[in-house]
Design a binder for this molecule. Sequence first.
Ligand code: ZN
Length: 166
Amino acid sequence: MRRQGRDPYNWSSDPPAGSGRAMLRIVKAPKEGTIDLVVLSPHIVGIWTHWVGDRTIGCTNGFGCKCEVTELPTRWKGYLACAQVTDGKVVLAELTGDATRNLMLQDNLLSGPPLRGLVLRLGRVRGSRVGRVVAGIVTGKRFDDAALPKPPDVQQELQRIWCSRR
Ligand SMILES: [Zn+2]
């Protein structure tokens, strides 16, 4: 609605309806090169998922999941809330089962300190036909807990994303 007067802007103190907080982006290992992310979560949250059409959804086994009526491939995925090193934007990093297992073993993180504050580097094995995901911790870098934003609830964030896709 245009208003009279010299001010061309349409000021309002009420936010528009339905403009909730945006869903977090899921970041996977890039096809080329690597990406560095500052880990915000204390640990990885893993879940069995299905690849349906062109996207991943979490399996709600026993609660009306598509896999109860059709055969669907099932893959374990691990998720971590992270901040992008480039712009500080909070995202969800997605890791494969193999990448998670190797990460925990090679960096001795199973019984070690929490992941929060460490810098995660995601990439893919060069020349591997399927582009196997590799994840590692960048050595010698740890951000101070107090300098980082509070981690979002990864399960809740994933539910928001998957519910909007069903
Ligand atoms: Zn399922």
